[in-house]
Design a protein around this ligand. Structure first.
Ligand code: MIC
Ligand code: SF4
Length: 646
């Protein structure tokens, strides 16, 4: 059996290990990407790793998350990032130039190459045939030094697409349909590869939307072939030379296969509070809506916003509703401007927002308390929009348009009008002046630090035994948005010590204070969780801040991929329940002893726990690789690397 496309790309980049599903491999990526929200930590950690500059690979930092500029912190971060890009020799995409994934799709993604990015939605680039994998910041910094990037070689599911999307149905509906089908399956360690006659019926932008939300399933990657449509897209970007055909071999092997008939896809919505709760719009149509927000790296492209504009053209949005649109990049903004679409949207009553993440991460445009917001973005976890008790519904731009007109969640087919037809420009407006390449400075560049930019904490090695209190017990699907909210605290991304105060602020206020109190009494903190702990964002702060508060162990039924690695890299031991009974028996406020944790990690598959008050003993498993155990014993990846260097 021949390798599938995913394994083909990985095998070309392989530095360590054997390319076998489920085994740990080390790879060298062709391109590296970070953004401002994760990037300040990437560079602070890179500085510690002692690297002088990146050599021979394309690397870029986008400023797209931290852009509101309420106080000097955001602008200080931008100045710091620019100096870091100069020092380590990366490209720098200025604030307002666009959301990284969109700009990368337009200007830099290359079919058949491997990209590593400190953001979970780099998977978007799979729409152009680039294998793109999200990582934590420290891991990206390590990859920047030239060391291999380690990951578990994914199992690959072939998604055979047939048919064509019906009028009013879109790529967002298709991916929500796929999510609905796969939501019950554990997709950690799994990649999707798209194939079949339906692929040619999707544009690169539509493929990118589908690849984008693969991140919500926790997939390692989502990959489309690169074909004539890819070639046309690259030509329209003035990048025809970057085109390489990418197609699976006839005899390619897969771990599983599913069939998706695009013509049967209907308008879909993900209900709060999880993108995995996808249902047809008609199941919940008629719900009163107070806000509509269109944009983000999922649905902020030219096609998406042009379709929105055509639906609302010469009409007005519902008077009781507020609507905002944020084109995903400056290029999209200009293309829409030239064709008059932004004028249509403004005339209809839409607020025009910057080409940044903005509302998608609760950085501006937070909805009213207890209200309903209908958005085209990809995540709707509790508090992510900036309002704890708002309910966010995720839809396509077409459904958002129909909803904006009626004030109620509306299936766009019920507008009873012909669906708009949009043609992508044959040539996009290309202007790379907001992407600054590193200049050839001879002297070393100083990192420009503002007062809110603080060195990350240094961790101690894992003690031989641990005494801890269960300060928090949660259920399934806790996301990194719930662990460390972004929104109005996003500006503390460069200051782990300050940011840590907001750990679990939306779902367990007072967590940080209690954990710190424990530390004063030399007691660590344990968190107990259900399935899929740490889904969503790649932000390593969800590990770093929690570690700083004294969390040394997390017991969960299962962990999401990127967060699991972040925990390990920052010295928190992820342990898994062997059965439901143990999860049920361990309660919040219990004290737990792990008397032989360091020895057991080295020598055994299981770890012992004991409740000193009841004398009840439990066993849990770790499921970690030898390398991961060594990192944990050292107290984290930074310590592990310095030991190796010593
Ligand atoms: C997200 O969509 O959750 C984010 C914000 O882009 C994150 C990165 C971050 O938290 O900085 C992600 O997807 O990794
Ligand atoms: Fe930005 Fe939202 Fe995309 Fe994350 S998902 S990169 S916050 S637009």
């Amino acid at each position: 059996m021949a390798a599938n496309m995913t394994h083909d790309v990985l095998s070309r980049c392989l530095m360590h290990g054997k390319l076998r599903t489920g085994e740990e491999i080390g790879v060298r990526a062709d391109q590296l990407l970070t953004q401002d929200g994760t990037g300040t930590m990437v560079f602070l950690q890179l500085e510690k790793l002692g690297t002088s500059r990146l050599k021979g690979r394309f690397a870029i930092c986008y400023v797209d998350h931290n852009t509101l500029g309420e106080g000097p912190e955001n602008a200080d971060d931008h100045r710091f990032l620019r100096s870091a890009c100069e020092r380590f020799r990366l490209h720098f995409s200025r604030p307002g130039n666009g959301i990284g994934h969109q700009v990368h799709l337009e200007r830099f993604a290359v079919p058949g190459q491997l990209l590593l990015g400190a953001d979970s939605h780099v998977t978007t680039l799979g729409g152009l045939g680039m294998l793109a994998i999200g990582t934590g910041g420290l891991e990206l910094a390590v990859a920047m030094t030239g060391s291999p990037h380690y990951l578990i070689c994914p199992a690959v599911i072939r998604v055979v697409l047939g048919g064509q999307l019906a009028p009013w149905c879109s790529a967002k509906d298709a991916v929500l349909h796929i999510i609905e089908r796969l939501a019950q399956r554990n997709c950690v360690g799994v990649s999707l590869e798209y194939d079949g006659p339906g692929v040619k019926n999707l544009s690169v932008a539509q493929r990118a939307t589908i690849a984008n939300m693969g991140a919500e399933l926790g997939l390692t990657s989502s990959l489309f072939p690169a074909d004539e449509r890819t070639r046309a897209f690259l030509a329209a970007q003035g990048r025809a030379r970057d085109y390489r055909r990418l197609a699976p071999k006839k005899s390619a092997g897969y771990d599983d296969e599913i069939q998706v008939d695009l013509s049967r896809v209907v308008p879909m919505v993900a209900l709060p509070p999880s993108p995995l709760k996808a249902v047809p719009v008609r199941d919940v149509a008629g719900l009163d809506v107070q806000q509509v927000a269109v944009g983000s790296c999922t649905n902020g492209g030219f096609y998406d916003i042009a379709r929105l504009a055509m639906v609302v053209r010469k009409r007005k949005i519902h008077p009781e509703l507020s609507a905002v649109v944020a084109p995903a990049s400056r290029q999209v903004f200009q293309a829409l401007l030239t064709k008059g679409y932004l004028a249509d949207l403004s005339a209809a009553g839409f607020r025009l927002a910057e080409s940044v993440c903005g509302f998608c991460i609760g950085h501006g445009h937070a909805p009213a308390s207890g209200s309903v917001s209908v958005r085209t973005s990809n995540r709707n976890f509790i508090g992510r929009c900036g309002t704890r008790d708002a309910r966010v519904y995720l839809v396509s731009p077409e459904t958002a348009a129909a909803t904006a007109l009626t004030g109620k969640l509306t299936d766009p087919r019920d507008l009873r009008r012909p669906a708009p037809r949009v043609r992508e420009p044959a040539r996009y407006p290309i202007d790379d002046t907001s992407i600054l390449p590193p200049t050839r400075k001879r002297k070393p560049v100083e990192l420009h630090r503002g007062p809110n930019i603080v060195d990350p904490p240094v961790n101690e090695p894992l003690p031989a035994s641990i005494q801890a209190e269960v300060v928090l017990k949660v259920g399934d699907g806790i996301s990194t948005d719930e662990i460390l909210p972004a929104g109005r605290w996003l500006k503390y991304r460069s200051n782990v010590q300050r940011y840590a105060r907001h750990a679990f602020a939306d779902i367990a206020p007072g967590f940080a204070e209690r954990a710190l109190e424990n530390l004063e009494h030399e007691t660590f903190t344990v968190i107990v969780a259900g399935e899929g702990y740490g889904q969503g964002s790649s932000r390593e702060h969800a590990a770093m801040c929690v570690r700083l508060l004294g969390v040394r162990v997390i017991l969960a039924k299962s962990f999401e991929r990127i967060h699991l690695t972040n925990l390990i890299n920052h010295g928190i031991v992820p342990l898994r329940f062997l059965d439901q009974r143990t999860y049920d028996r361990i309660q919040q406020d219990d004290y737990l002893e792990l008397p032989w944790i360091a020895r057991e990690l080295r020598k055994s598959e299981t770890v012992s726990l004991r409740n000193p008050d009841t004398s009840v003993e439990y066993k849990v498993k770790h499921g970690l690789t030898r390398r991961q155990i060594k990192i944990l014993l050292a107290g984290g990846l930074g310590n592990y690397i310095s030991r190796q260097q010593a």
